[in-house]
Write a protein that binds this ligand. Structure first.
Ligand code: G
Ligand code: G
Ligand code: MN
Ligand code: NA
Length: 254
């Protein structure tokens, strides 16, 4: 396959880089962390969207080395910010289903923390509910071992897959990220607001931190504030940006 060959080549070279999207604590309005997001500049083709290449990388298994590169690079960047005296909060990195089931994941994460000097408590790994619910027992075992390293576990795209908060209670999960489809629907009417409120209340009852994803409007932000959501991410505050722009945002003391 055409894209696959190019992905293999990209992995060998310097075609991948990371952008970072800030996460904001609603109570203070301050940046409390960053999500690392892969970007691919394919020579000749320009930027290829992750929506296009992540599925190909996932199917071929290439996501394992690509994802490992992304984790190492994000940790390296985060530690470098801290060494410059910046306080970036926490770092979130996505883990695809295939990565979760790859041999030696826990050992590899531990090695990257050691190698980069990344404090485990400042790293958060994002996994989707679907990834966890397939093969629940082995996923639970892996997440427990990651959690034992001191790393946080966040459930990404929450509400879109097959899961229940009852199941989540049996996993070492620290955070729920409400999928942006629910956030987008917030202005549609009281039922949609009720869904988001319910997710937030149940998450709070279980002692989890809740993040709203894809926040694009002031009206959505007001509704989330009213529902006592903890954190938000979205274009309203900032798109995913280059490391240089991250430093500017941190200096601006947002
Ligand atoms: O940045 P964007 O919204 O286009 O990302 C699209 C998808 O690609 C998201 O679902 C995101 O989780 C996934 N993704 C982005 N960066 C990474 C990464 O470093 N590793 C993995 N496994 N997935 C990523
Ligand atoms: O699946 P995951 O949550 O990891 O995907 C994150 C993706 O969401 C990134 O590709 C990022 O570019 C995108 N994203 C972040 N904020 C917004 C937003 O406010 N609106 C939309 N439409 N997409 C967003
Ligand atoms: Mn994510
Ligand atoms: Na998401």
């Amino acid at each position: 396959q055409f894209l696959l060959g190019r992905l293999r080549r990209a992995l060998l070279g310097t075609e991948f880089h990371l952008h970072y999207q800030p996460r904001i604590e609603l109570a203070s309005g301050a940046i409390c962390g960053w999500e690392a997001l892969l970007r691919w500049n394919c020579p000749g083709d320009g930027a290829v969207s992750p929506a296009e290449f992540i599925p190909v990388a996932e199917d071929s298994g290439l996501i394992v080395p690509i994802g490992e590169w992304a984790l190492r690079e994000a940790c390296r960047q985060f530690v470098s910010w801290r060494n410059q005296g910046l306080e970036p909060g926490s770092l979130a990195v996505n883990l695809s289903p295939r990565q979760l089931r790859a041999p030696q994941l826990v050992e590899r994460v531990a090695a990257i923390l050691e190698e980069t000097g990344m404090p485990a408590a400042m790293l958060e790994l994002e996994i989707t509910e679907t990834a966890v619910m397939e093969e629940f027992d082995s996923s639970a075992d892996i997440l427990t071992r990651l959690s034992d390293l001191g790393v946080g576990i966040a459930v990404d795209d929450f509400g879109t897959g097959y899961s229940s908060l009852a199941y989540l209670r049996r996993l070492p999960v620290d955070k729920l990220k409400i999928d942006r489809s629910f956030v987008r629907a917030l202005e549609d009417g009281p039922h949609d607001v009720a869904i988001v409120r319910t997710i937030i209340e149940l998450a709070c009852t279980l002692g989890l931190t809740v993040v709203a994803e894809g926040v694009e409007t002031e009206a959505q932000l007001r509704l989330l504030n009213g529902a006592r959501c903890h954190e938000m991410q979205g274009y309203l505050f900032s798109r995913p940006v280059s490391p240089a722009s991250c430093v500017q945002l941190m200096h601006a003391g947002a």
